[in-house]
Design a binder for this molecule. Structure first.
Ligand code: 5GP
Length: 194
């Protein structure tokens, strides 16, 4: 078991509706030691891949992205969310259905922050159905940039996002992949990796 799987088992709780709560170290309170380990692990898994920008989505992806940006010494950009975006000028805009908030969000990045020369490593805390990551991919492509890879802390393997992204040919690395979890028994099983 890796460090993140151990941390999830010792501090995570499973909520009804297929939600893993890890507020204790990632989604509310931030454990800097674990964030550092997540960033180091992603950097190692993407070794040899050229990256000149890190892109995430507010809010919880920002902590991981910042640590990773520090390691790569590249700029970190986070896409902003809102239910509606009034002006369409000077922004790249995409849409993502929020799994946790059950609503459609517009997701945007101001045009000066993404370029055709960007080789972007997309990172996020969770991957579920892949809505958030697909919106980020769309923003990179609108800017004419390239997706160098996708780095995720926790992939929920029983949801479709990971399968779709791998089938689409993206290089996807998830540090912990949940095979299944049960809120009644509080059991979590991880997919064997490597
Ligand atoms: P997706 O867009 O892949 O369907 O869902 C990923 C997004 O939803 C993540 O950015 C994350 O914020 C949120 N999310 C999805 N599942 C969970 C979960 O089980 N726990 C938490 N804390 N967030 C989740």
């Amino acid at each position: 078991m890796n460090f993140l799987e151990e941390k999830i088992l010792s501090e995570g709780t499973v909520k009804q509706g297929n939600i893993l709560k890890i507020d204790n170290f990632l989604n509310h309170q931030i454990d800097i030691g674990i964030m550092r380990q997540i960033a180091n692990e992603l950097k190692q898994r993407f070794s040899g891949v050229e990256v000149n920008k890190i892109l995430t989505i507010e809010a919880s992806g920002i902590a991981i992205a910042t640590m990773l940006g520090h390691l790569y010494e590249v700029t970190v950009v986070f896409a902003k969310k809102s239910e509606t975006v009034n002006s369409t000028d000077d922004k790249y805009i995409s849409q993502a259905y929020s799994f946790t908030h059950k609503q459609m969000n517009s997701v945007f990045v101001s045009k000066p922050y993404l370029h055709p020369t960007d080789r972007v490593l997309i990172v996020d805390d969770f991957l579920a159905d892949g809505q958030a990551v697909h919106a980020l991919i769309d923003l990179v492509h609108q800017a004419g940039g390239e997706v160098a890879g996708i780095g995720i802390a926790v992939e929920k393997g029983q949801q479709k996002g990971g399968k779709i992204l791998r089938e689409e040919g993206y290089r996807l690395e998830s540090i912990a992949i949940i095979e299944d979890m049960d809120w009644q028994t509080q059991t979590i099983r991880f997919r064997q990796q490597r």
